[in-house]
Design a binder for this molecule. Sequence first.
Ligand code: SF4
Ligand code: FES
Length: 267
Amino acid sequence: MTTQETTMDVTLKVWRQKGPEEPGSFVTYEAKGCTPDMSFFEALDVVNEGLVAKGEEAIAFDHDCREGICGTCCMTVNGQPHGPDQAATGCQLHMRTYKNGDTITLEPFRARAFPVVKDLVVDRSALDRVMAAGGFVSVNTGGAGEANAILIPKDKAEAAMDAAACIGCGACVAACPNASAMLFVSAKVSQFALLPQGQPERDRRVLAMQKQMDAEGFGNCSNEAECEAVCPKEIKLTNIARLNREFIRAIFWSHELHPRSEAEGQE
Ligand code: SF4
Ligand code: FES
């Protein structure tokens, strides 16, 4: 690989907003002397160092791992959550994606359930509350030995692992014209619905998560498929189909919604 020696200057149009109740607007900054191999966030760091040196307030943006793992780096780059790269988070974006002289627009994720905290930072705790409603296994499922004794078909294990890859970034919500959280919720429901350990709380889980999702102000799915297109972990729409099946199954079979005798309850 040859070393890229050229540098590039880009113009950033950044959404600045002091607080949740404050009006926001775009402010233009010049990011000069970036190298193509710099991560996009490193370029933002350089801009922020310049702002701080001038006594101005740094641009607030969320990030933690910077390795595509934690899911915190939510921002909209030129209208696309996480930017233009397929199957990548915002922190995995590099300056080589752009050309010298480009103008890049940065906005927070836009969704009713994700209120702006400051600049590019939004409050995504609505996703945590959906998880707290039922996205866990609370029954005693035994130790590692028991887990290995239960045979799981390979296709089911792989589909559960694929669903579990969701990092809860919320890009699916930001990309959806309805600000729906169906892809996120479907991934979290699927990772349990496909495995034996998820069965005891299967109905209660999907009913509670769906209810909380609606309470948080997320919209419904209208099959736009924008969520799948922007998802950095390539979570598939087939999970939404499974979520819908799980929900309908729970409506008809939930023991809590339809108490019945033990003998009738055997499936
Ligand atoms: S489904 Fe994809 S886009 Fe949505 S929260 Fe999970 S990882 Fe992010
Ligand atoms: S900062 Fe962790 S995924 Fe981007």
